[in-house]
Design a protein around this ligand. Structure first.
Ligand code: CP
Ligand code: NVA
Length: 320
């Protein structure tokens, strides 16, 4: 068995940590998770068992729809030898049926980890504050750290390194924009967010990412000029114009974001070797043309696959 196919050595110092933004981790720890994800991907590809969480249980609670997060967590938890199960909103009704603190303390007596997808980041933070087991953020209105860990794994696989490369995100200054700014800043990749005025990321998160970037030698910029932002990018990233929970604004947003589409014309300004990433689900003809999406489908679905490996790394590192 080659070195890459041996059982990974799990870092003890990550055990018990939550995974809520990225800010709980140092850049070195984030890199450690990426290395672990790459190792677990090799084990999975080679069908080598890696039941690192044998006999444990992970609860998954969703207040928003999901394909990738739900399925990749469920499969990943099984791969690790643990038992996944879904909690429905009508069963738990977080913060309504009982206090978040009581839900957290009760679940902690039954399960070894809680993965949650909900609206308010503060609810996830409160759950984590009261839970005795690690809590993983599976998307809130403000952050999507599991997605960005998979995105960084994809960039690392394609380019081998982050430094000196630019990721340009085109579209809404939403949860994806926030987590991409933090993730890129931590690994030392330049990041530019191109969003229309009024839809740019929260200044506090931009400033936080900029302070991290100052340490890693990267830059974080926000602009309303798509063409200037895409110029010389290695990675062009986009996401839906109306996120889950913003369905009522979807029509109005189509007008606001019309110029913020990843299409062949904008993409021509990126580096010749540039890749296009999309967290999915995609709305063809809105944030991305069908032509661009299909041309870059290989890497976009590799990115989707990498959710599995990235999240398994987080689970293996923090649960036990
Ligand atoms: N990218 C992502 O989180 O997809 P789902 O909403 O389908 O989980
Ligand atoms: N910004 C999107 C991401 C989906 C993965 C949303 O929150 O709906």
């Amino acid at each position: 068995m080659s070195a890459t196919l041996s059982a990974p050595v799990l870092p003890e110092y990550l055990k018990g940590r939550d995974f809520l933004t990225f800010l709980e981790y140092s850049p070195e720890e984030l890199q450690e998770l990426l290395t672990l994800a790459a190792q677990l991907k090799q084990l999975k590809r080679n069908r080598i068992p890696h039941k690192l969480l044998e006999g444990l249980s992970v609860a998954m609670y969703f207040e928003k729809p999901s394909n990738r997060t739900r399925v990749s967590f469920e499969v990943g938890i099984y791969d690790l030898g643990a038992h996944p199960f879904m909690l429905r909103k009508d069963e738990i009704n977080l913060g309504v049926r009982e206090t978040i603190a009581d839900t957290a303390r009760t679940l902690s007596r039954y399960v070894d980890c809680i993965m949650i997808r909900t609206f308010a980041q503060k609810d996830v933070e409160e759950l984590a504050q009261w839970a005795d087991v690690p809590v993983i953020n599976g998307l809130t209105d403000d952050y999507h750290p599991c997605q960005v860990l998979a995105d960084l794994l994809t960039v690392q696989e394609r380019f081998g390194s982050f430094k000196g490369r630019k990721l340009t995100y085109v579209g809404d200054g939403n949860n994806m924009a926030n987590s991409l700014m933090l993730g890129c800043a931590m690994v030392g990749m330049d990041v530019t967010i191109a969003s229309p005025s009024g839809y740019q990321p929260q200044p506090a998160i931009v400033e936080k990412a900029q302070s991290i970037a100052a340490q890693s030698g990267a830059t974080v910029a926000v602009s309303d000029d798509v063409k200037a932002a895409v110029k010389d990018a290695s990675v062009v990233y986009t996401d839906v114009w109306a996120s889950m929970g913003q369905e009522a604004e979807a029509e109005a947003r189509k007008q606001v974001f019309k110029a913020y589409q990843v299409n062949a014309e904008n993409l021509a300004l990126a580096l010749p070797e540039a890749i296009v990433l999309h967290c999915l689900p995609a709305h063809r003809g809105e944030e991305i043309t069908a032509e661009v999406l299909e041309k870059h489908a290989d890497v976009i679905f590799e990115q989707a696959e990498n959710r599995l490996h990235a999240q398994k790394a987080v689970l293996a590192a923090i649960v036990r």
